[in-house]
Design a protein around this ligand. Structure first.
Ligand code: HEC
Ligand code: HEC
Length: 121
C-alpha cells in the first residue's frame, strides 16, 4: 500500500516535470511564420543569423526585452522577408542542381546591411 502511493506520487512528479519541461521548450507567444513547435535553440540560431546577415542587433526588430510584441515595422517586414526567402528556396529553386548547397538566405540580398545595397557597387 505504502509502496503503491510512493509510486503514484513518483509518476505525478514525473508528469509535472515533463509538462514544465514542455512549457520551457516552446513558450513563444507570437510566431506567425515559424512553426509553433520551434525550440528555443532554433529561435536563437535563426534570430542570430538574421541579425548577422543584416549587421544589426536584436533591437532593430524588437523592443527588447519584449520579443513577442509587433511594435516595430522592421519586424513585420522581416516576417514578409522570411516568407519570401522560404518560398524562393522551397518553391522556385527546389530540385535545381546545386540548390541545396546554395540556399538563398537573408544575406544573399542584404550582404551585411539593414537595406540591401545595390549590386555592382
Ligand atoms: C530582422 C529582424 C529581426 C531581428 C534582427 C531579430 N528578430 Fe527576433 N523575430 C523577428 C520576427 C519577424 C519574429 C517573428 C517570427 C514569426 O512570426 O514566426 C521574431 C521572433 C522572435 C522571438 C519569439 C517571440 C515570441 O514569443 O513570439 C524571439 C524570442 C526573438 N525573436 C528573439 C530575438 C533575438 C534574441 C534577437 C537578436 C539575436 C532577434 N530576435 C533578432 C525578427 C527579428
Ligand atoms: C531577394 C532579396 C532579399 C532577401 C532574400 C531578403 N531581403 Fe530583406 N529586403 C530586400 C529588399 C529589396 C528590401 C527593401 C529595401 C528598401 O526598402 O529599400 C528589404 C527590406 C528588408 C527590411 C526592412 C528594412 C528597413 O529598414 O526598412 C528588413 C527588416 C528585411 N528586409 C529583413 C530581411 C530578413 C530577416 C531576411 C531573411 C529572412 C531578408 N530580409 C531577406 C531584399 C531581400
Amino acid at each position: 500500500m505504502r509502496r503503491q502511493s510512493i509510486a503514484v506520487l513518483g509518476s505525478l512528479v514525473a508528469i509535472t516535470v515533463m509538462s514544465l519541461g514542455g512549457l520551457a521548450f516552446a513558450d513563444f507567444k507570437n510566431l506567425q511564420v515559424l512553426p509553433k513547435t520551434t525550440s528555443k535553440e532554433e529561435i536563437r540560431a535563426i534570430m542570430k543569423a538574421q541579425a548577422k546577415a543584416l549587421d544589426v542587433e536584436c533591437d532593430h526588430c524588437h523592443k527588447v526585452p519584449d520579443m513577442a510584441a509587433d511594435d516595430l515595422d522592421t519586424k513585420k517586414m522581416a516576417r514578409q522577408m522570411m516568407k519570401l526567402t522560404a518560398e524562393i528556396n522551397d518553391k522556385w529553386l527546389k530540385g535545381m542542381k546545386g540548390a541545396d548547397k546554395n540556399k538563398v538566405t537573408c544575406g544573399t540580398c542584404h550582404r551585411g546591411h539593414a537595406e540591401p545595397p545595390p549590386f555592382g557597387t
